[in-house]
Design a protein around this ligand. Structure first.
Ligand SMILES: Cc1cc2nc3c(=O)[nH]c(=O)nc-3n(C[C@H](O)[C@H](O)[C@H](O)COP(=O)(O)OP(=O)(O)OC[C@H]3O[C@@H](n4cnc5c(N)ncnc54)[C@H](O)[C@@H]3O)c2cc1C
Length: 458
């Protein structure tokens, strides 16, 4: 399918933020082109919602959004990966590689009057010795297999790390008939300063009740929960055992998790798009105003890509961004925009109420504890020790360390190892992570072939 040459609004990502934004923008008469590399709408949380039965109120939210999106009149492109944005709103992507009509991926471009990036979150890596062995993967990857293909864990499956997604996945896997050998909780219990954020979190008690229900479901199923200080994966050809505090246990699959961070791969590549260090969520996030405008004219961000807030917060942020677009394009006056925005802003604030408590409750695991011989950069096989050695030679940030060690230079371009490399450098320098540059990303942010590029010229 060819693309028009110009569109009012290009949206990246068909998760709750992108879907809600597309629906709201279409409601104001704004033309919308929405791109997502997945095979269908839903994003992480409502992934494959069109092909599975809704099981709870969150699934019902997703099903409603998808239905409204499908009938919104937005031009929807799935299997479409965005890889560059030029100044002036020229956007490049590749599509055509998935689905029944797949005929080889081709590059496309369009000029958008406004660009809204709803790229969601990515998992923070949890580097432990042996995490590159076949048989070790992330909790998020296992959840994708569960949602898209109904794959449930069997045999000796261990889940390790910390964070709400770990408990959510364990509960989902058990409910789907899966078996879990044990959960290795690497957190250090409830941090005392988390409790001071509890009163505000109680303004949205549903979140806390859900979290407790997930943990209860796991305990009720009789899954052993082991608190541990250290963990490594071992095996000659593939994962055979995990060693928890120096005690070995047989294992066929190990799922790791250490929370999620905003996906800033695209925003960091846009010249002039400023990012700030978020000390509470321990991650970089794009600098945004109350409508989702970045520091680059015409480029906006909504949802978890702008800071982790959860699915409903993402949808409200998407709606606010769409109103701002309608205002910028002359479809709404300032007063109309503000009047429409009132209820969404209230709803957004309500969703964000428990965030501080959750963020304080689940801090990332300390980078200083990563052993020197643990691989950080999987693509280039660079260990934590080599990164620390580069720091001792004078490297101050991720980009200098990249030049010295090749970390972040492989096919993933630092998407996987970035947060870990950054944290190890900050810990080794004994400075605030805000003082350490993250990896600079460059377009194309995803690999593409010469054939795809050639199609662009034809
Ligand atoms: C692995 C993982 C699993 C999660 N599971 C849950 C869960 O089960 N329940 C829950 O409440 N929260 C979950 N979360 C948190 C969750 O992502 C959200 O709070 C919510 O989905 C955020 O919505 P969003 O619209 O901001 O982003 P998302 O829902 O993540 O949607 C972002 C979309 O952008 C697309 N995208 C990103 N970059 C590109 C690109 N370059 N080209 C094309 N498309 C692109 C992605 O394919 C994705 O569909 C999960 C997070 C992660 C990282």
């Amino acid at each position: 399918m060819s693309a028009p040459e110009q569109v009012d609004l290009l949206i990246l990502g068909a998760g709750p933020a992108g879907m809600a934004a597309a629906i709201a923008a279409r409601g104001q008469g704004v033309s919308v082109l929405l791109l997502d590399e997945n095979a269908g709408p839903g994003g992480q949380v409502h992934r494959a919602i069109e092909t599975r039965a809704a099981k709870d109120d969150q699934d019902a939210d997703g099903a409603r959004l998808v239905l409204a999106l499908r009938t919104s009149g937005a031009d929807l492109r799935f299997g479409a990966t965005l890889w560059a944005i030029e100044p002036g709103g020229k956007v490049f992507w590749s599509e055509g590689g998935v689905g029944p009509e797949a005929r080889g991926t081709q590059a496309r471009s369009i000029t958008a009057r406004r660009v809204l990036l709803c790229a969601g979150a990515t998992e923070r890596p949890l580097p432990i010795p042996g995490w590159t062995l076949p048989g070790v993967m992330s909790v998020g990857a296992a959840q994708i297999a569960l949602k898209t293909a109904g794959l449930v864990p069997e045999a000796r499956v261990w889940i390790a790390g910390q964070g709400p997604l770990l408990w959510l996945y364990a509960k989902q896997a058990l409910a789907a008939g899966g078996r879990i050998a044990g959960i290795v909780d690497l957190s250090h219990g409830v941090p005392p300063d988390a409790l001071r954020h509890l009163p505000r979190a109680l303004l949205a008690p549903g979140y806390l009740a859900k979290g407790l229900a997930w943990q209860y479901a796991v305990k009720r199923a009789g899954v052993p929960i082991l608190r541990a200080e250290s963990l490594r994966a071992e095996g000659e050809d593939r994962l055979r055992r995990i060693v928890i505090d120096e005690v070995a246990h047989e294992a066929d699959l190990l799922l790791l998790h250490d929370g999620v961070v905003p996906n800033t791969q695209v925003t960091r590549a846009i010249p002039g798009c400023l990012h700030d260090w978020d000390a509470v969520q321990a991650c970089w996030r794009p600098r945004l105003d109350a409508w989702g405008n970045t520091t680059v004219e015409g480029v906006m961000v909504a949802g978890d890509a702008g800071g982790i807030g959860g699915a409903r917060a993402a949808a409200h942020a998407g709606r606010l961004a769409a109103l701002e677009v309608a205002h910028a394009l002359g479809r709404l006056t300032r007063n109309q925009r503000d009047a429409e925005a009132g209820r969404w802003r209230l709803a957004l604030n309500r969703q964000l109420a428990p965030r501080r408590f959750l963020d304080a409750l689940f801090p990332p695991l300390p980078a200083a504890a990563i052993a020197d011989d643990t691989i950080l950069c999987r693509c280039e096989e660079v260990t934590a020790g080599r990164v620390r050695e580069a720091v001792s030679l004078g490297c101050l940030g991720a980009n200098q360390t990249k030049a010295f060690t090749r970390t972040g230079m492989g096919p993933c371009q630092g998407r996987v190892c970035g947060p870990a490399v950054h944290a190890v450098i900050a810990a080794a320098r004994e400075v605030d992570p805000a003082a350490v540059d993250p990896f600079r990303t460059r377009f194309p942010t995803k690999p593409l072939t010469l054939g795809e590029l050639a199609a662009l010229a034809s």
